[in-house]
Design a protein around this ligand. Sequence first.
Ligand SMILES: NC(=O)c1ccc[n+]([C@@H]2O[C@H](COP(=O)([O-])OP(=O)(O)OC[C@H]3O[C@@H](n4cnc5c(N)ncnc54)[C@H](OP(=O)(O)O)[C@@H]3O)[C@@H](O)[C@H]2O)c1
Length: 319
Amino acid sequence: MYAAVQQSAGAPPRYLEFAEPVAAEGENLIEVRAAALHRIDRARASGKHYASPRELPAVCGTDGVGVTQDGERVWFALPRAPFGAMAERTVVPRWMCAPLPDEVGDAEAAALINPGMGAYLPLAWRGRLVDGETVLVLGATGVTGRLAVRLARLLGAGRVVAAGRDPRGLESLDADAVIRLDRPREELVEAFTAAAGDTGYQVVVDYVWGEPVEALLAALTTRSFQAATTETRLVQVGDGAGPEITLSAGTLRSAAITLLGSGGFAPPDIRREAYGKLVGLAASGTLRVATDQHPLADVETLWTRGDQDGKRIVLRPVA
Ligand SMILES: NC(=O)c1ccc[n+]([C@@H]2O[C@H](COP(=O)([O-])OP(=O)(O)OC[C@H]3O[C@@H](n4cnc5c(N)ncnc54)[C@H](OP(=O)(O)O)[C@@H]3O)[C@@H](O)[C@H]2O)c1
């Protein structure tokens, strides 16, 4: 079969022949219909992600949509290495396959579910968002950040503050306040303080880390002994602005800040619940990600090109 094959860490995958997968006990053999090119796919292929392949060559692709041997159309995630989603066929543990309703198309689901999980879980599960709370999204102009802004509203946030670099992207969001991240640090600290208003931020969903988070933490640090009136739950999800921050001990002692992360460790029942919500919202047309669809054979060029106009690249094994 043909697949997007990664031969060395850091290099884009190539469209090459790869061994046919054979399903083992407890696995589904899947005929793939669509697999999106997500940030995590690039990060894993860089060799620097905690879930980068340990052995190469390997097929790229963390999740996708396809049909099982029983004829069921499913969204699937985490194929067994060295197989991946960007292939004609793959093998996936059965518990990582979930049925897709007819109302949600192949490419639509392939584009939505991964970033949808990356938006829903930090808000609802790790961030424990409660009705009326204020949510700050850092990296709100990206595919996942846009979904987080939309979902924050749907989950009952009282106020949503969106931060990003792209001014056109920020303008297009349904946010109560927006913050430009590409500005000098002191200005950014002031902007975070001003947009927090009297209520502060209860949930921060962070797709950038690095300098913007250092500026946010400086804004949250109080300059006196004050009883906390609110807790900020900062959920780390992505690191577009840098993999590390400098964190002052005084910051954590001056204000009620809880640092958490959201990633591939969500337990199966939590994932199932999130999947059900996302698929329901997609089926009703409430939540979607715009797609840019291409044949899988073009993977090498698209890998370096990246998303355009906020549309997620979706690769289809059969053009
Ligand atoms: N842990 C999880 O479960 C999970 C799930 C999904 C995604 N993620 C991660 O979340 C991140 C965002 O994913 P995505 O799909 O939304 O990617 P994306 O569409 O490429 O968006 C990237 C976002 O990060 C911002 N950004 C990038 N570099 C920046 C920098 N140097 N300084 C400030 N902002 C910067 C971009 O701002 P502009 O567009 O305004 O320039 C944009 O808002 C990625 O790191 C991804 O791996 C994690």
